[in-house]
Design a protein around this ligand. Structure first.
Ligand SMILES: NC(=O)c1ccc[n+]([C@@H]2O[C@H](COP(=O)([O-])OP(=O)(O)OC[C@H]3O[C@@H](n4cnc5c(N)ncnc54)[C@H](O)[C@@H]3O)[C@@H](O)[C@H]2O)c1
Length: 315
């Protein structure tokens, strides 16, 4: 396996929300990037979206002004997957979350690229063992490289693959670290780590509103005025450490309270219908303070990058 310090070119397979953002991560770190998508408006406009993202990073002081043009010069766009992966040292797959689609692409790409090229899937819930089930040429280089949306702003990511080689996982881990991403390793499990935590929270957020216990605004504020302020700096274990004299004491002290909730109080939300979706959307809209969806997204991105700066300056 090649040393990741020697990687020069990356192919990104799929140019949607995640693909374009991965492309920005690779290009701004000095790598040549080949962006592949089937013929579509997404493909035609991907470089514009990447330019906008690079300019945003420049405006927020994350990259130098000259890095915008230099990064853009390293990006090529194609609707031919074979051309995209030619001479690539690493491949990041970002197609729709569709097992058959990803299976076909992994089978096709592994047949043409050298055995020492790792292929990471951005898949959120699918298992890489299933995605790589038809790969005949070195399936051990196929892994999960699941980002947080959007990876050019939020660095956390998961590397997984129960049948992947340790060498591949180590190589991609080091590669991602060298790009400024913050990888973790975990076993293959539905949803991996971040989404399992997030889904538990979303489940409760839906339950509280569906049962009329509180409204959408209350749930949003519990996070944005409450938990979220801590969570950018301490996770749940850190919170328990600080809620008591120590983590040991916190876990001991609150055990009965927590187990009572897990076992008896936490109700599962089995389903929700269209009427609930409409009601939630109507309650949420005023919380955007008159911003359009795009304006709300830009504002969120700005706040995220400023929080990252704060963290960077206070390690
Ligand atoms: N959006 C998120 O929040 C998020 C976060 C982490 C991981 N992911 C994962 O990243 C992957 C991509 O998600 P996304 O949100 O970018 O989706 P998306 O719909 O924005 O992009 C998918 C892209 O795949 C392209 N595509 C679909 N079929 C194709 C084909 N046959 N040939 C070529 N291109 C094809 C589409 O044209 C589209 O541009 C998924 O596996 C998803 O689970 C998404």
């Amino acid at each position: 396996m090649k040393n990741p310090d020697a990687f020069k070119k990356v192919a990104v397979i799929g140019c949607g929300f995640i693909g374009y953002s991965w492309g920005v991560v690779f290009a701004r770190n000095g790598l040549a990037v080949s962006m592949y998508n089937r013929k579509s408006k997404t493909l035609d406009t991907v470089k514009d979206r990447m330019k906008e993202a690079l300019e945003f990073l420049r405006d927020e002081g994350m990259i130098e002004a000259h890095a915008v043009r230099e990064s853009l010069d390293r990006i090529t766009v194609t609707h031919d997957p074979e051309e995209a992966v030619r001479d690539a040292d690493y491949i990041q797959e970002c197609l729709w979350e569709d097992l058959e689609l990803k299976r076909e692409m992994f089978e096709r790409l592994t047949a043409i690229v050298p055995a020492d090229v790792p292929i990471g899937s951005s898949c959120s819930g699918l298992r890489i063992t299933d995605i790589a089930s038809r790969v005949k040429h070195h399936p051990e280089r196929c892994i999960v490289a699941h980002p947080t949306n959007p990876p050019h702003l939020i660095p956390f990511m998961e590397i997984s693959g129960d049948n992947a080689s340790e060498e591949v996982k180590r190589t991609v881990y080091r590669f991602m670290e060298s790009l400024g991403q913050k990888p973790i390793l975990c076993k293959e499990v539905y949803g991996y780590v971040l989404n399992r935590i997030q889904l538990s929270l979303i489940q409760e957020a839906l339950y509280l509103v569906k049962e009329g216990i509180c409204n959408v605004e209350a749930v949003e504020r519990a996070l944005t005025d409450g938990l979220g302020l801590r969570w950018a700096f301490t996770g749940p274990y850190g919170v328990e450490e600080l809620n008591s004299a120590s983590l040991e004491e916190g876990l001991e002290k609150y055990k009965d309270y927590m187990i009572e909730f897990f076992m008896n109080q936490q109700k599962k939300l089995a389903d929700y219908d269209e009427a609930f979706i409409k009601k939630a959307a109507a309650e949420f809209k005023p919380l955007m303070n008159g911003k359009s969806h795009d304006e709300y997204l830009k504002w969120r991105d700005k706040m995220v990058i400023r929080t990252r700066m704060l963290k960077r300056n206070n390690p």
